[in-house]
Design a protein around this ligand. Structure first.
Ligand code: GRF
Length: 212
């Protein structure tokens, strides 16, 4: 059975959704770059080792990345899942976990990479928004896409209501992506594409605000 290490920085709701999902793999540890991350207590309550590697304790990105990699590798993970991990990782770190590190991002990438995705979507007046799970590459928030979920943006939405609607879908698609990875159903191929094997294509059209 494959091992997963989850990296967090804060609330940890995606991590919690993974801890509570039925996954064909073992969550070996949760690692945070902030000792105050609320998700750490949730992990401990689930009996999962929760480790802190404080980025502020290291003089530069390279030394933090090296300490983080040592902590991760001590759990011998097959998959590293970033779940609200708010540090930019250096090129060496990213290539060390090439093809086995994934991230969840709260937008339909490549739109709205970076921060404040919901506020920017509302500002632009888009009618459909969503979330993406992708392989992590050196190109921040632009790695090969594994799965996305779209949600409507409703007339009276504010940042909180839209974020909540997207977050519900994040929790579903992250577990799905990890199930596929654990069963080698999705791989990052040599051309740098995420290839999903043996998957019957399906899905539904989302029209927003809807046809009358
Ligand atoms: C999520 O919206 C995730 O997509 C983004 O940061 C947020 C983390 O939330 N990368 P949580 O810590 O998983 O609750």
């Amino acid at each position: 059975m494959k091992n997963i290490v989850i990296l967090i920085s804060g609330r940890g709701s995606n991590m919690q959704a993974l801890l509570e999902a039925t996954l064909p793999c073992r969550i070996a540890a949760v690692i945070s770059n902030r000792a105050e991350a609320e998700g750490l207590d949730i992990a401990r309550a689930h009996g999962i080792p929760a480790v802190v590697i404080e980025h502020r304790d290291y003089p530069d990105r390279d030394s933090f990345d090296a300490a983080l990699a040592r902590a991760i590798d001590s759990f011998a993970p097959d998959i590293v899942a970033l779940a609200g991990f708010m540090r930019i990782l250096g090129a060496n770190f990213v290539s060390r976990y090439h093809g086995r590190m994934i991230n969840i991002h709260p937008s339909l990438l490549p739109a709205y990479s970076g921060l404040d995705t919901h506020a920017r979507a509302l500002q632009d007046g888009v009618k459909i928004h969503g979330c993406t799970v992708h392989f992590v590459t050196r190109d921040l928030d632009h790695g090969p896409i594994i799965i996305q979920a779209a949600v409507p943006v409703l007339r009276d939405d504010n940042e909180q209501t839209l974020a909540a609607r997207v977050l519900r879908e994040e929790h579903r698609i992250y577990a799905q992506a990890i199930r596929w990875l654990c069963k080698d159903r999705v791989v990052l191929n040599v051309k740098g594409h995420a290839v999903l094997r043996h998957r019957k294509q399906s899905g539904h059209t989302l029209v927003s605000p809807g046809l009358e």
